[in-house]
Design a protein around this ligand. Structure first.
Ligand code: ADP
Length: 525
């Protein structure tokens, strides 16, 4: 009796010593493989097991790392091997049921599935003990020990192993998290280094602390030189000081502007700069992404050149054609006028349409750049509507459409760029004619609305779907389908820019299949 108590005492003391050893070992490393190998070896050696395995599971219960101990040697199986152990062995049962298992004779327990490679075939019978590892209630792994002898493991072994599992659960989880953090860090570093945009990290004074490969390529500066510079030196002197953006950056906003990058030994590079606050460790830093916009700038210049070309090289000859046609008409002999007049009208109208299109294209550029309307003069809304109808009625007649006018009497004059607003009206009427089928009806009208003058162009054409009512005013936005013949998608964009530049508003009211009513209002003063 006394010797049994003594033996029990020895077991308890050696168990405590083992647990102490294990907790020391666990604290010594954060490397997942090292932690696994130590826990497994200490457990197998101290319990006297022949073999053992320790599998680490992620949040979804999938194996991410494992160690196998066979005769004092540790191996790390592949993911497929781990998967197979989990699917076909006792460890899988324990992981699934989240409870320990003690098997006295593996031949008589169905939780033990024999695999073709199982040493049981060679050694005959054996026993096993297997426990789940938890950390804050979450399953983080499974520890299994095997012995060649049946009935080798006792409930004391199970209690001891459970103690080891309790200690190891947290350590394994920490090592796993540490590995995940390291991997995330490596991925971030790769993304940072391999980014096609230059990325730099600075302090709040703009002093460069880190720069990726592309930053070194684009600035033509080696890393050592960059680390001695500040962003202030890299950007053109006209760039606003960083302090101007402090508040926005502190509030977590991304600051964004265009500037030029000064480069050693080559010309300045136009870039778009995005600055954002990032936490590096415990300290708030600034991340700068510089995007090369030289191609876009070249295209802008090309577009400006093209606009200038259109302005000078197309507009003036077109004006010449129109005035020559005018003169030619007056020179026609009376008897020929009747037969030739319709041909003349076609030529004049076509030339005028071309002229309107060119003017609107140029206006889009100018208005987008924020240029104000300068040549305003007073005009009666009646006159504007009459001129617009005059320019479009032949087109409506060619589709046998009815083009009517609804004007309120005594409308006050408005002060506008007459040519521009006339083109807005013509655009809307031409659209109505284009999109309304043959024999449709179009009404152009104007009336006073408080301190505004309201204009409208209403048709009984195909109408516009609700979700496109706003979108059609965007540049190049067109509705698809047979009901909508081809166009550039610039007309309504021009109308909106022109009306807004006059302090007005434009919109459309429409229902599919019921026609459209394009409305714009302009302030009287
Ligand atoms: P475009 O007529 O060259 O395509 P717009 O900017 O003038 O360009 O018009 C944009 C789109 O709005 C048109 O493609 C058409 O789908 C739709 N739209 C414009 N006016 C009407 C209308 N009166 N009825 C139906 N759809 C219209």
């Amino acid at each position: 009796m006394e010797s049994q108590a003594k033996q029990q005492d020895t077991v308890t003391r050696s168990s405590l010593a083992l647990l102490l050893d294990i907790s020391r070992e666990l604290a010594a490393s954060l490397d997942l493989r090292t932690v696994l190998a130590r826990v497994l070896l200490l457990s197998t050696v101290n319990v006297g097991a022949e073999r053992g395995s320790l599998i680490v599971l992620n949040d979804r219960g999938q194996p991410v790392e494992a160690a196998l101990a066979i005769n004092g040697q540790v191996f790390h199986p592949t993911v497929e091997e781990m998967q197979s152990i989990l699917e076909r062995g006792l460890a899988g049962w324990v992981a699934q049921h989240r409870q320990p298992a003690l098997i006295a004779d593996t031949r008589e327990d169905e939780r033990w599935t024999r695999r073709p490679d199982d040493a049981a075939e060679r050694t005959g019978s054996k026993s096993a003990v297997c426990v789940p590892l938890f950390s804050s209630g979450q399953l983080t792994g499974v520890l299994t020990l095997v012995h060649a002898q049946t009935g080798f493991f006792t409930s004391d072994h199970l209690t001891l192993l459970q103690g080891i599992a309790d200690l190891a659960g947290i350590a394994v989880r920490n090592a796993h998290l540490y590995r995940s953090v390291q991997e995330a860090q490596r991925r971030y570093h790769e993304l940072f280094e391999d980014s096609i945009d230059p990325i730099l990290i600075t302090d709040w004074e703009g002093r460069i602390l880190e720069a990726n490969r592309q930053a070194q390529v684009v600035t033509a500066c080696p890393l050592e030189t960059l680390l001695e510079c500040s962003m202030h030196q890299l950007q053109s002197p006209q760039t606003p000081p960083l302090s101007q953006y402090f508040q926005a950056l502190q509030e977590g906003q991304t600051v964004h502007y265009e500037t030029e990058l000064q480069r050693q030994g080559s010309s300045a590079l136009p870039v778009e700069v995005y600055i954002r606050r990032v936490m590096i460790g415990e300290s708030p830093m600034l991340q700068w992404i510089l995007r090369d916009i030289s191609e876009r700038k070249q295209l802008d210049t090309l577009r400006d050149d093209l606009s200038a070309m259109i302005y000078h090289d197309l507009r003036s000859p077109l004006a010449n054609i129109i005035s020559s046609l005018d003169i030619l008409q007056t020179l026609l002999p009376q008897e020929a006028a009747q037969t030739i007049q319709p041909v003349f009208d076609i030529a004049v109208r076509a030339a005028e349409r071309l002229q309107r299109l060119i003017s609107s294209l140029l206006d889009i550029n100018r208005l987008e750049a924020g240029q104000p309307i300068i040549n305003k003069r007073p005009v009666a809304p009646h006159a504007l509507v009459a001129e617009a109808v005059d320019a479009t009625h032949t087109l409506a007649e060619s589709k046998r459409q009815q083009l009517s006018v609804a004007l309120e009497d005594d409308l006050p004059v408005i002060s506008v760029d007459v040519d521009m607003i006339r083109r807005v009206l013509i655009n809307l009427i031409e659209n109505a004619i284009k999109y309304t089928p043959m024999q449709g009806a179009i009404e152009v009208g104007s009336r006073r609305e408080g301190e505004m003058i309201r204009f409208w162009v209403r048709d009984n054409g195909p109408g516009i779907p609700q979700d496109a009512l706003e979108l059609i005013f965007e540049k190049f936005n067109r509705l698809q389908g047979e009901r909508y013949p081809k166009g550039l998608g610039l007309g309504l964009a021009f109308c909106r820019l022109a009306v807004r530049a006059h302090g007005g508003k434009i919109w459309v009211e429409s229902a599919l299949g019921e026609g459209s009513n394009f409305i714009f209002i302009l302030p009287l003063r």
